[in-house]
Design a protein around this ligand. Structure first.
Ligand SMILES: NC(=O)c1ccc[n+]([C@@H]2O[C@H](COP(=O)([O-])OP(=O)(O)OC[C@H]3O[C@@H](n4cnc5c(N)ncnc54)[C@H](OP(=O)(O)O)[C@@H]3O)[C@@H](O)[C@H]2O)c1
Length: 341
């Protein structure tokens, strides 16, 4: 059992991928489970979050965050259980969320961890619906899309961690929401379980025609998660004064060079607001979102779905999967036993 393990296993970047990240780009490093220095906390990892942004960290260029370099432990958010603490706010048995990477154990300054309540929600939820992806949806919808009754809002990657929450927030605001997702099964779930008004399969032969049929009054706001062909189809249908929350463009993350962008000249003519944002610009919004959404998760009115891979060694495949649409819901790796599951 990893509770009593003396060996720590970490997934380290071996070399940068040119396209899809694969197992061969990573290697496992083993060392001793560390002891905490004053102010530090040692945790064993229970849940590891797999997120599309991780592909960006594998590029050499620095973006809004530092790249992961060969030899570095792969970056990632985790929920873990404290096994040793030299910080006054943490004791063995506490559970906490933080950015501690793809590893079975980590040593972290206590200030970088957020202690979690034990029984308010499943621990994995703090990496998805009640964590960074949920807060991302909350910010993009409340600050940028700002849906109003009678409007039509489109959300891409609608069955995913961010998109599934974004669409449900649109419905709570009383607007009509149309999802875009890959395949009939995802589209059905988006409509039947999440309550979207419609959902278009982006692999449809005529995506533009299907989207136009689903949005007869045009599109007043777009929550952008994918870019590429979906973005082109949505942009054609934007109404004057539409708002676009540029959250991500996962369709191009594996490309060595990004394709020439769309001609954005129409943004001027239609006075469209397109705003990029990064969830970590306002870290306090994650706690605000957690407080707001926890009762909705508890009463089942905020629906979420998780796609779980087993064991740390599965992390590279999980990352390739999320970039290729082979996840159905929030992608997670179960690294160690969950005391609440
Ligand atoms: N700005 C921020 O602070 C912030 C924070 C978190 C996430 N994000 C972004 O939000 C987006 C969603 O992230 P997530 O964590 O919720 O992931 P996710 O939606 O759970 O998983 C990614 C999904 O993207 C879709 N996809 C992949 N390739 C595609 C393609 N070529 N065309 C269309 N869809 C494709 C797939 O769904 P289908 O099978 O339905 O195509 C896949 O399931 C990403 O762009 C991510 O980078 C941004």
């Amino acid at each position: 059992m990893s509770h009593t393990a003396t060996v720590r296993r970490s997934v380290v970047l071996k070399r940068r991928p040119d396209d899809v990240p694969r197992r061969e780009h990573f290697e496992i490093r083993e060392d001793a489970v560390p002891q905490p220095a004053p102010g530090e906390v040692v945790t064993r990892t229970i849940w590891l979050s797999i997120d599309p942004y991780m592909r960006g960290r594998l590029r050499e260029q620095q973006t809004y965050a530092q790249p992961v370099n060969p030899g570095d432990v792969m970056t990632g958010e985790t929920v873990g259980e404290v096994i040793a603490s030299a910080h006054p706010d943490f004791a063995a048995g506490d559970v906490a969320v933080g950015a501690r990477g793809w590893q079975t154990h980590s040593v972290t300054p206590g200030e970088r961890l957020v202690k979690l309540p034990r029984h308010a929600a499943p621990l994995s939820a703090y990496l998805g619906v009640l964590g960074m992806p949920g807060a991302t949806a909350y910010r993009g919808i409340s600050e940028i899309c700002q849906p109003k009754k009678g409007e039509t809002v489109v959300v891409s990657a609608a069955s995913g961690a961010v998109g599934s929450v974004a669409g449900q927030l649109v419905k709570r605001a009383g607007a009509r929401v149309v999802g875009v997702a890959g395949g009939a099964e995802k589209c059905l779930w988006v409509q039947d379980s999440l309550g979207f008004d419609d959902c278009v399969d982006h692999r449809a032969l005529d995506l533009r025609a299907e989207l136009a049929a689903a949005c007869p009054d045009g599109i007043d706001a777009y929550f952008e998660n994918v870019g590429g062909a979906v973005q082109a189809a949505v942009f054609d249908l934007l109404n004057p004064f539409a708002r676009v929350a540029m959250c991500g463009m996962v369709s191009q993350y594996n490309e060595a060079e990004f394709p020439p962008g769309p001609n954005l000249g129409f943004v001027v003519g239609k006075r469209v607001t397109i705003q990029g944002f990064i969830v970590s610009d306002k870290p306090e919004k994650i706690a605000e979102w957690r407080k707001l959404a926890a009762p909705w998760v508890a009463d089942g009115s905020l629906v979420y779905r998780e796609d779980t891979h087993e064991g740390l060694d599965a992390a590279p495949d999980a990352l390739a999967g999320i970039l290729g649409g082979r996840n159905f819901g929030k992608m997670l790796v179960r690294v160690g036993p969950d005391p609440l599951a």
